[in-house]
Design a protein around this ligand. Structure first.
Ligand code: NAD
Ligand code: LMR
Length: 332
């Protein structure tokens, strides 16, 4: 593993490293897809003890790729050690749902993982740490982690809705015959769950307002449910939850956070609410966001019609319920 690159190395900790998303993610981080070809990466993999051996196998394969950007790989079953010095924390490790389950069914099982990991990040992370929670229920797990890291600014904790965003772009491209790159200002609001609201009212397709291009009946009855239920459709088809597309979205999220959004466009990320758009302060909700100088900013001043408002409110109500449930379980 050699270092022929220019920037200071960044420590990237990946939890659930031996899982299926971990396997799709690690090679792309190591190859420079996430932080760029000039930034050496020090990988720290966190797993439960039973899965450490499998993580060691993945580390052998990482070595065999001889990536110039990969400086080191270390494996841990102790969160405090794994997050020591972390600059980018990807919290993937959690149990995925199976066929017929809703993400809410995972609240208790997975919620318990994220408090101790938040504490470990609080104890050892770099001052500019960026945290992305992928493990479900991702928004509420991020809330739990953030609440256990009082010394880390809340805006450093995020949850992933970039996969939903990418799914929406792809559905719109297929429907209109336009390239994905012609679609801008798509937004996912709310929770990474079936209540999420994929909002096309602010979007443009080939420079035209999306509502002029799309039939509202299709948007309401086909597009929104297809995007919101895509995770379940993948589980039904593969017999396992999405992995490569989830890993790809995690790479996209961190790359945009670090390197910024293109002019004239925005993306979607679940971040800690400052109260914008009527989302209660402190909830981790998906918003339209840009990244400027390494920080997410919520796109302000959008006018929401009644249709959008009702759907955003429904997803926020679910996030409030999840927050109350984990509070009752003593996880906050
Ligand atoms: P997986 O079962 O293949 O892998 C999970 C890994 O996490 C396992 O190797 C397990 O040993 C490990 N793990 C469990 N508890 C841990 C802990 N306390 N510390 C460290 N590692 C731990 O699952 P997967 O398919 O890789 O999915 C992981 C999570 O990502 C699931 O919760 C899934 O629902 C979620 N997911 C989220 C999105 C999203 O868009 N936000 C998309 C896809 C999947
Ligand atoms: C997804 O959206 O693919 C993941 O969150 C997995 C799931 O449970 O839907």
């Amino acid at each position: 593993m050699a270092g022929t690159t220019e920037n200071a190395p960044v420590t990237v900790t990946v939890t659930g490293a031996a899982g299926q998303i971990g396997y799709a993610l690690l090679f792309r981080i190591a190859s420079g897809d996430m932080l760029g070809p000039d930034t050496p990466v020090r990988l720290r993999l966190l797993e439960i003890p039973q899965a450490v051996k499998a993580a060691e196998g993945t580390a052998m394969e990482l070595a065999d790729c001889a990536f110039p950007t990969l400086e080191s790989v270390d494996i841990f079953d102790d969160a405090r050690k794994a997050f020591d010095g972390v600059g980018v924390a990807l919290l993937v490790g959690a149990r995925p749902r199976g066929p017929g389950m809703e993400r809410g069914d995972l609240l208790e099982a997975n919620g318990g993982i994220f408090g101790p990991q938040g504490e470990a990040i609080n104890a050892g992370a770099a001052s500019d740490v960026r945290v992305l929670v992928v493990g479900n229920p991702a928004n509420t797990n991020a809330l739990i982690a953030a609440s256990h890291a009082p010394d880390v600014p809340a805006d450093r904790f995020t949850a992933m809705t970039r996969l939903d965003h990418n799914r929406a772009l792809s559905q719109l491209a297929t429907k209109t015959g336009m390239p994905v790159s012609a679609i801008r200002r798509m937004t996912i609001w709310g929770n990474h769950s079936a209540t999420q609201y994929p909002d096309v009212f602010q979007a443009t397709i080939g420079g035209r307002p999306a509502p002029e291009v799309l039939d509202q009946h299709w948007v309401e009855h086909t597009f929104i449910p297809t995007v919101a239920r895509r995770g379940a459709a993948i589980i039904e088809a593969r017999g396992a939850s999405s992995a490569a597309s989830a890993a790809n979205a995690a790479i996209d999220h961190v790359r945009t956070w670090v390197h910024g959004t293109p002019e004239g466009d925005w993306t979607s990320a679940a971040i800690v609410s400052d109260g914008s758009y009527g989302v209660p302060e402190g909830l981790v909700s998906s918003y339209p966001v840009v990244s400027r100088e390494g920080r997410w900013e919520i796109v302000q001043g959008l006018e929401l019609n009644e249709f959008s408002r009702a759907r955003i409110d429904a997803s926020i109500a679910e996030l409030v319920d999840e927050r109350d449930a984990v509070r009752d379980l003593g996880l906050l």
